[in-house]
Design a protein around this ligand. Structure first.
Ligand code: NIG
Ligand code: FE
Length: 415
């Protein structure tokens, strides 16, 4: 067969090909490394992998001295937004709390005003710029939430933006409707009506296939457990998969609700209780860990990560990229923080941004491992081993990012 691309002589390919999906417990540490591997690609897929193979092709990448990994999957971002909140960020450094700023119409509400001002073209352009930066840091598949429109038209525009950008072969986007991100200013005195708007929009979003997941920010200052249950229950009936922002600023009851409604994941979990852990395990709910956010919020509260892994919870890592609680879009930085702040091993952190994060967004049959038949989304790094990923904080040595068998980003060699 004539292939489109051959990557030959990879120093070490961390294939993650052996083991259950999702990985739990000690399985998270096995990255199935293979030395001296070559990979043959055609029509965007990995067709063959092996050593000493006779390949016929036009294009060859000599990967001697490079390590290979599956393209990273970021399973939790708010990458569509207008403006930024650098001023608020500094107010928080001086001691103001995230919640008090949100309650006084700053925070999410401030980004809502800036996002509503964007035209569709501007929204697509600014999001594309962000996604390209993520791509250069190794993110080849990304979940993107709405939630900075909080009115019918802007929420729909955000989801249409994600759909439009997903047409590109440069990145895969998984869309999530997060109408229940905050109560917008104009509904402050009539929150029931806003919840009703979110409930009504679910039908339209399903009908137009604008989102695959529905998420709720279940937290003091955002949505109560009862409101979250109502929204998620209807979403489930309509066939959406579910996510929850849970137990971040307080123990909100969100992780228990996640178990009850059978959410795919509960995310944040800085203040999760033993009861929450039990409910999530029983409901087979993945824990999406967001150490960038914990770090940006002061780093004092972190989830009981080791206990969660030892108890057999499914864990994944994500950036939570957003203009408020986490302006970090780079998964390599998140991996560093996962190791330094959450005490994951580098191997666990890699499983958490590949095979397990692909599972969270339901892309594990095509993404998250390097094996025959999967999409050719591959990172080639100028590094000796995966320990260099968290070590070079903020500067992972990317040589090539390959998406569907095409080079979409190329960096410099370091020697
Ligand atoms: O996941 N917690 C809710 N949503 C985001 C923050 C959004 C914002 O501050 O703009 C988060 O942290
Ligand atoms: Fe979030």
């Amino acid at each position: 067969m004539k292939y489109d691309l051959i990557i030959k002589n990879i120093k070490t390919a961390y294939t993650l090909k052996n083991g259950n999906i999702p990985r739990i417990g000690d399985e998270l540490k096995n990255l199935s490394p293979v030395d001296g591997l070559s990979v043959a690609i055609k029509n965007g897929k990995i067709i063959e992998m092996g050593k000493d193979m006779n390949f016929s092709t036009e294009k060859v990448i000599d990967a001697s001295g490079l390590i290979a990994l599956p393209g990273f999957v970021d399973p939790h971002t708010h990458a569509i937004f207008g403006g930024n909140r650098a001023n608020e960020w500094y107010r928080r450094q001086l001691g103001e709390s995230y919640l008090s700023i949100l309650k006084s119409d700053g925070g999410i509400i401030d980004t809502v005003s800036k996002t509503r001002m964007l035209s569709k073209e501007e929204m697509i352009k600014t999001t594309e710029v962000k996604l390209n930066r993520m791509l250069a840091s190794g993110t080849t598949t990304v979940e993107v939430k709405s939630g900075y429109g909080l009115d019918h038209d802007t929420e729909i525009m955000m989801l249409e933006t994600a759909k439009e950008l997903n047409k590109s072969n440069r990145f895969d986007i998984v869309s999530t409707y997060l109408g229940a991100h905050a109560i917008p200013k104009e509904y402050k005195e009539k929150r029931d009506e806003y919840v009703k708007l979110v409930l009504d929009m679910l039908d339209e979003i399903k009908g137009k296939e604008l989102a695959e997941f529905v998420d709720v920010f279940c937290e003091e200052g955002a949505f109560t457990v009862e409101e979250s249950r109502e929204i998620l229950s209807k979403a489930k009936t309509l066939g959406f998969k579910l996510r929850i922002h849970a137990d971040e600023l307080a123990e909100s009851g969100g992780s228990i609700l996640a178990g009850e409604v059978g959410a795919r994941s509960a995310d944040h979990l800085l203040r999760i209780s033993d009861e929450g852990i039990k409910a999530m395990i029983e409901g087979n709910v993945a824990a999406v860990l967001l150490p960038g956010t914990a770090f940006q919020m002061g780093g004092k509260h972190v989830p009981p990560v080791r206990k969660m892994i030892d108890k057999g919870m499914i864990i994944a890592l994500a950036s939570d990229f957003n203009p408020g609680s986490c302006p970090i879009y780079s998964l390599p930085i998140i991996i560093s923080l996962g190791v330094m702040l959450y005490k994951l091993t580098p191997e666990e952190a890699i499983s958490a941004v590949t095979v397990n994060s692909a599972y969270v967004v339901d892309r594990h049959s095509d993404k998250g491992t390097l094996e025959q038949g999967k999409d050719a989304d591959i990172l080639l790094l100028d590094a000796n081993d995966i320990y260099e990923i968290p070590y070079w904080f903020g500067d992972m040595h990317v040589k090539y990012v390959i998406k569907y068998g095409k080079i979409v980003y190329e960096g410099d060699r370091y020697e």
